[in-house]
Ligand binder design. Structure first.
Ligand SMILES: [Zn+2]
Length: 413
């Protein structure tokens, strides 16, 4: 792909002002933001976003799951180049997670608008519904949302039908939100890293190689409870000893090879959990993440073998139950190459890295070309009131987004 360079640039102060203004909606006393999906704060923020989209010369529509789609017309019709992210937060979130991607997209449209410039392609900014919880917005666009409404019932009991109606959606029309690569030729998401790699390497931009896949398992180890004093060591079936061996084996798997994969036991329940009883039963969780589904499968096979061996040498019974499987989504190689080239032109330092957190781009990348741009998170902190990315870093990311869109406008039919 050939990258020809234009001098236009996003407005750093304006982007920063809008990030601050959006953060006022749902602002917490500690400086964080609570803007849960479908809450009153979310509705208020959606309204502000629509206003900003209109100011930027976009037309605005909503779909059946309440995704907001702002379109800045191209000189030609046909498939769009799209960007976007989310404006909902976790209960105590920051002002950058998701919001940066949305506001940078609108800022790009503003720059086009004030320069009376149009891409060949229609340019879309999408605000995805409920990224932080059900991910229903991007899943519905990818055609992967569940049709079981109970799965989307909120913790407080509110049915998803009511939630969607509140943001202009319609559960009955769920399938109408689906789109394909004839609608969206490519999707680029700008996001804060939410980890500490860029800061540690002193790089300004992260060229995301993909969003990792994930497996989650619950493991049950059944031993035999017995008196901790009278039961000889050779006559025990100690479930916790078996669990300890498994925890170490899983950690070892995570450390193998290039160490790109991560493997975690984060939950452990010991029964009866008493000082003077040989442990009878342990429930534990396994969380595996990697960009390579093949490597994930390899790790699972290794864990199954370990479990068999551990069960044998500890006299326990071990069962494994799969609880979650999310396939990885790889970024399009050509889009990564354009982002790199843009970084070079803008004299921004960069590195490649996978995303180990989920993003809207993970679902959109299942049906069309996907690329992601990361900017640093101070001390790697996110989902917290302490989340921070400087105005300059936000603007650098938005500029990479802008110039990547300009470059790929000529690459797609
Ligand atoms: Zn996010």
């Amino acid at each position: 792909m050939v990258v020809t360079f234009s001098r236009i640039s996003i407005n750093c102060d304006r982007l920063d002002r809008h990030l601050a203004e959006l953060a006022e909606i749902g602002k917490l006393p500690n400086g964080g933001v609570c803007r849960l999906a479908f809450s009153d704060a979310d509705v208020q923020a959606r309204s502000l976003i629509k206003t900003w989209m209109l100011e930027a010369g976009m037309t605005v529509r909503g779909d059946a799951v309440g995704n907001i789609i702002g379109t800045y017309a191209g000189t030609e019709s046909g498939a769009a180049l799209a960007t976007g992210s989310h404006i909902d937060t976790v209960p105590v979130g920051g002002r950058y997670d998701g919001c940066l991607g949305v506001l940078a997209g609108i800022e790009v449209a503003r720059v086009f608008h004030e320069n009376q410039f149009r891409l060949r392609h229609p340019f879309e900014v999408i605000v995805f519904s409920d990224e932080e919880n059900s991910v229903i917005g991007c899943k519905a666009i990818a055609g992967n949302a569940s049709t079981d409404s109970e799965r989307y019932r909120r913790k407080d009991g509110t049915p998803i039908q009511d939630c969607l109606a509140k943001v202009g959606g319609n559960w009955e029309a769920l399938s109408s939100a689906k789109r394909d690569r004839h609608d969206i030729a490519a999707f680029m998401e700008l996001h804060v890293e939410q980890g500490g790699v860029l800061e540690a390497l002193d790089k300004q931009i992260g060229v995301v190689t993909g969003i990792v896949g994930q497996y989650r398992f619950m493991v049950q180890i059944i031993g035999r409870p017995n008196h901790a004093g009278t039961t000889p060591m050779t006559m025990r079936k100690d479930a916790l000893v078996a669990a300890a061996q498994l925890v170490l084996a899983i950690n070892h798997l995570g450390m193998l090879g290039n160490g790109e994969q991560v493997a975690t036991v984060g939950y452990l329940k010991v029964s009866p959990n008493a000082t003077n009883v040989v442990p009878a039963c342990v429930d534990l969780s396994i969380d595996l993440r990697d960009l390579s589904e093949e490597n994930l499968q390899f790790m699972i096979a290794q864990i199954e073998q370990e479990c068999q061996a551990i069960a044998k040498n500890t006299g326990t019974e071990i069962t494994i139950e799969q609880k979650l499987h999310v396939l990885p989504t790889l970024a399009k190689t050509e889009l990564m190459a354009v982002i790199e080239k843009v970084c070079q032109e803008l004299k921004l330092s960069y590195t490649h890295l996978p995303s180990r957190a989920g993003h809207d781009a993970q679902e959109i990348g299942r049906f069309t070309d996907m690329g992601m741009i990361f900017v640093p998170s101070r001390e790697g902190i996110s989902h917290s009131q302490d989340e921070y990315t400087s105005p300059e870093q936000c603007a650098q990311g938005a500029n990479v987004l802008l110039h990547t869109l300009l470059a790929i406008d000529h690459c797609y039919p």
